[in-house]
Design a protein around this ligand. Structure first.
Ligand SMILES: Nc1ncnc2c1ncn2[C@@H]1O[C@H](COP(=O)(O)OP(=O)(O)OP(=O)(O)O)[C@@H](O)[C@H]1O
Length: 379
């Protein structure tokens, strides 16, 4: 797929800006806080309807304005599509495809597929479990937009159950009432868990291959989904292979063992909102393993695996958004990444200086200058 144009109106620090992407690689160069990441964020929003930086639409609208608009022309194998997202500082956002308003936002997801790689991702291995869960969830939504709905449902159940636990028996929460939400948590939680495990199963061999190729070693990378429930029996098998009913039962069993702690803390302690993803290299947890260089190799391998997995599932190469990350990779890893991207994946890259880029690369790329919310050709 190929993003041909992007138009930003009153979005973040852009008043009105048109961009035409006329090469497979575009480098956006500028000083800090000029609007480079804001542009990538606009592309991310068109893809996932989420920003990894903020939750409130109000923050995305240019200060002192009511409405922001992001529109784009996207070429896919099936034809050209016009995408539009309107954000409001007060009120609900709306989306449209080819000028037609789309009621179910789910239908807008995954028309534009992207893989993001920002300097924040470099902390994926060492960071908190929440960061790994969000990474996995974002990938799943790209592959299977309906997952966004499943996750939403789970979070809704979680909020309700937490509210009941917080209210407690003194304020009238009955065991029967709680049991209803236990059952819903188990159903919605099992759905999320099984899908997360399934995506790891598909990603792992690709990431392992990239990891070996980048590190030039025989080290073996393993990725496992680690839920906070026990398997239904001693039999060793993937979570995604257990029938849903058995996974649900495993949730209920664990909930019963944590009942006292949950009541005293007024919090749901069991469920995929507390799960983790474990990376091991030759059986040693990567979190404790090696240098930050080795962890970078791992994250780079994961990103390349994501590109490949999305391409194989969607049938078209996704876009790659590299936010301020190239300069953080040493020349060897940079080259591995650039070779892997080649001409196949349209790539948008932000940087504060062009010095770190390979000469040949600069010649092949469209270079744009970003300055105070304005984009011009860089000569
Ligand atoms: N809603 C908004 N209205 C107006 N300006 C905004 C809004 N949101 C963010 N900005 C401005 O956008 C700028 C930040 O832009 P951005 O995050 O894209 O930086 P950047 O060019 O990627 O820089 P860096 O290299 O530091 O990441 C800041 O000047 C900030 O004040």
């Amino acid at each position: 797929m190929y993003l041909k144009t992007l138009h930003l109106r009153q979005f973040r620090n852009y008043e009105a800006q048109d961009v035409a992407f006329d090469a497979p690689k575009t480098i956006l160069v500028g000083n800090n806080a000029q609007g480079k990441s804001n542009l990538l964020e606009a592309v991310e929003l068109l893809s996932t309807l989420k920003s990894h930086r903020v939750n409130r639409d109000r923050d995305l609208v240019l200060d002192n304005h009511a409405i922001a608009q992001i529109t784009a022309t996207l070429e896919r194998d099936s034809g050209t599509l016009d995408l539009a997202l309107t954000l409001r500082s007060q009120g609900r956002r709306t989306v449209a495809i080819n000028g037609q308003s789309v009621k179910r936002h789910l239908d807008f997801l995954s028309i534009l597929n992207v893989v993001q790689f920002s300097s924040l991702d470099l902390d994926l291995v060492r960071g908190s479990p929440a960061e790994r869960r969000h990474w996995l969830d974002r990938l799943l939504i790209q592959l299977e937009p309906v997952y966004a709905y499943m996750l939403d449902q789970y979070n809704r159940v979680l909020r309700q159950r937490n509210a009941l636990l917080k209210r407690g028996p003194m304020a009238g929460t009955t065991p029967e009432e709680l049991a209803v939400w236990d059952a819903q948590l188990a159903v919605a939680g099992a759905r999320v868990l099984r899908r997360r495990d399934r995506v790891i199963e598909r990603l792992e061999p690709l990431a392992r291959m990239w990891h070996q190729s980048i590190s030039g070693s025989r080290e073996t990378l393993n990725i496992t989904y680690q839920p906070n429930i026990e398997p239904p029996s001693k039999q060793q098998q993937r979570w995604s292979r257990w029938p849903p009913e058995q996974v649900q039962q495993a949730f209920l069993t664990k909930i019963s063992t944590r009942a006292i702690a949950e009541r005293s803390q007024g919090l749901t302690l069991v469920g995929p909102h507390r799960d983790d993803v474990i990376f091991t290299i030759n059986q040693t947890p990567a979190r404790q393993y090696g240098s930050s260089g080795q962890q970078r190799t791992l994250v780079l391998a994961l990103k390349l695996a994501e590109l490949q997995l999305i391409e194989s599932v969607i049938g078209e190469p996704p876009l790659l958004l590299l936010d301020d990350v190239l300069a953080e990779l040493d020349p060897h890893r940079q080259n591995q990444l650039l070779q892997a991207i080649s001409e196949r994946f349209q790539t948008l890259i932000t940087t504060t200086h062009l010095g770190a880029f390979d000469h040949q690369w600069l010649q092949q790329s469209q270079i744009l200058m970003v300055e105070q919310g304005k984009i011009t050709d860089f000569f």
